[in-house]
Design a protein around this ligand. Structure first.
Ligand SMILES: [Zn+2]
Length: 76
């Protein structure tokens, strides 16, 4: 099982085999919520560091544009 180091208490944190980048893991030692930021090697960051970080916006919806104003069937 892959292991990382808790940035908070330096304890060894076991990371699930099928964990993926961006997953959060709780440190058994200090209870800090850690985010998996790298897989090879395992890199963990405190989740609280990411509170204001919106760049990892997975549920961004690329809304279909409602193309009711394209002029393809209009003839001027
Ligand atoms: Zn810890």
């Amino acid at each position: 099982m892959p292991q990382g180091t808790c940035p908070e208490c330096k304890a060894t944190v076991h990371v699930d085999e099928d964990a993926d980048k961006g997953d959060t893991i709780e440190c058994d030692e200090c209870g800090a919520v850690l985010r998996l930021v790298g897989l090879d090697p395992i890199e963990l960051d405190l989740e609280s560091d990411y509170e204001d970080d919106e760049e990892d916006d997975d549920d961004y919806d690329d809304d279909d544009y409602d193309d009711d104003d394209d002029g393809r069937d209009r003839y001027y």
